[in-house]
Ligand binder design. Structure first.
Ligand SMILES: NC(=O)c1ccc[n+]([C@@H]2O[C@H](COP(=O)([O-])OP(=O)(O)OC[C@H]3O[C@@H](n4cnc5c(N)ncnc54)[C@H](O)[C@@H]3O)[C@@H](O)[C@H]2O)c1
Ligand SMILES: [Fe+2]
Length: 403
């Protein structure tokens, strides 16, 4: 690797993203035009109860008034930690209503479910489980639009779907560039109703994506640029998004931050924080953003103790999570620890503002589950991209520290 200040140019890297991004205060109104350009006339809307009850589907349906596009079906029962069973059920509804395209309206749960439905429909199958893993898909997918209503997962621009397998109590990852939607629509009307704690948790998921992308084995100058911009937007906007949810500018900033972090991590991947967070979600049903928020500082401390190279990257993080003034004032030997402190300061303030948990014990995890979580984390795909190899004892150590 060549080094020049904070910019790392790997000997080889790839970066890919094909999603058209439409962001703005009237972004929803462009959907009918964009969809008709794809030849689609009968979309299914996939969402969940919370999003529907917040009145958000109406905004989307209204954007079609006066056009010849007909909403073929609306499925609003996507559960959190949605599963292959739900995906297969929605695929039947899609077929029964002769739909020809998919609009996901929601957070990661609805978006990833929609990605799963697209797999089952495109592959003309009845069971998602047959396609688990990396790059098992070959056919061009159905026209697919994503309207995120949380500012967190970045799933609107990621090549991955995370879907639960309730039989095995694990989260399965499906990865392919074919999963990318045709376009992602960021409109602050769609996130304004997000309650404070969900705003905080999903925002911390986005921060974790940016941080893990910035220190991961596949980091590259393109993912670094997106990750750095995401961290700075989150640093400057997450608290106001929690305290003043109706602030459209702040909501648009957070939506863009989550998207930027998604662009970064979809290419440079995540590591121990996501591996342990996925496992915490699988075993104890802790929401994804909350698990990441709790585990992020502890995962970084683990890396600092294990890898001088990763420690250097964490030192650079300080610039983005705390700002240039703090960075310049902090001696280089203290920068890595200070970056972790800066992140703890953010989660500490979110804890005061909306009760976001900072310990696993506050999030419904019991101590007897930690071993099972550690065991599950070792099989999580995210660990393949960790900059440091992680043993069972080490994963358990991180979990115990965070407990
Ligand atoms: N594919 C990826 O790249 C990726 C990345 C990270 C996480 N994930 C997955 O995403 C899922 C989590 O997604 P999430 O954190 O976005 O949460 P979520 O989709 O589970 O939503 C959380 C809750 O917020 C409510 N909600 C969402 N938007 C709202 C709004 N605007 N107003 C009112 N209520 C609203 C929902 O109804 C739900 O009850 C997990 O399954 C996780 O594994 C996927
Ligand atoms: Fe995540």
């Amino acid at each position: 690797m060549l080094f020049k200040k904070n910019v790392v140019i790997p000997e080889y890297y790839e970066f890919f993203n094909s999603v058209k991004i439409i962001s703005g205060y009237k972004a929803l109104e462009t959907i009918p035009f964009e969809l008709s350009r794809l030849g689609a006339k009968r979309p299914i809307i996939i969402t969940d109860k919370g999003v529907a009850q917040a009145g958000l589907i109406k905004h989307v349906v209204d954007s079609f008034s006066g056009t010849d596009t007909v909403i073929g079906a609306v499925f609003d029962e996507t559960p959190q930690d949605s599963s292959n069973v739900v995906v297969n059920q929605i695929a039947s509804i899609y077929r029964a209503n002769n739909c020809d395209s998919i609009i996901a309206v929601g957070g990661g749960s609805a978006i990833d479910t929609a990605k799963g439905v697209n797999i089952v429909i495109t592959e003309n199958s009845d069971d998602l489980l047959k396609f688990m893993g990396n790059y098992r898909l070959n056919k061009p997918m159905k026209p697919f639009v994503v309207i995120p209503t949380t500012a967190g997962t970045g799933s609107e621009v990621t090549m991955v779907a995370v879907i639960a397998n309730p039989e095995k109590n694990v989260k399965m990852a499906f990865t392919s560039d074919l999963l990318l939607p045709k376009f992602a629509v960021l409109d602050p009307r769609m996130t304004a109703s997000m309650p404070p704690k969900i705003t905080a948790a999903t925002g911390m998921d986005a921060l974790t994506h940016a941080v893990e992308a910035f220190i991961g084995t596949q980091k590259n100058p393109v993912s670094d640029a997106f990750a750095a911009a995401a961290m700075e937007l989150i640093r400057d906007n997450i608290k106001t998004a929690v305290t003043d949810g109706g602030n459209k500018d702040v909501r648009l900033a957070m939506a863009n931050a989550a998207l930027l972090a998604g662009l970064a991590f979809s290419n440079s991947m995540v590591g121990i924080v996501h591996a342990t967070a996925h496992a915490t979600g699988g075993v104890c049903h802790v929401p994804h953003g909350i698990a990441n928020s709790i585990l992020l500082p502890f995962g970084l401390e683990f890396y600092i103790g294990k890898s001088p190279k990763t420690k250097e990257y964490i030192e650079s993080l300080l610039l983005h999570v705390a700002g240039p003034e703090v960075y310049v004032q902090t001696p280089s030997v203290e920068r890595a620890a200070k970056a972790v402190t800066a992140i703890r300061n953010i989660t500490g303030e979110l804890n005061k503002l909306c009760g976001l948990p900072v310990r696993l014990s506050e999030a419904g995890v019991t101590e007897d589950k930690l071993e099972s979580i550690a065991k599950t984390a070792l099989n999580d795909g995210a660990l393949s991209f960790s900059p440091v190899e992680v043993s069972f004892e080490e994963a358990l150590g991180v979990l115990k520290a965070a407990y």
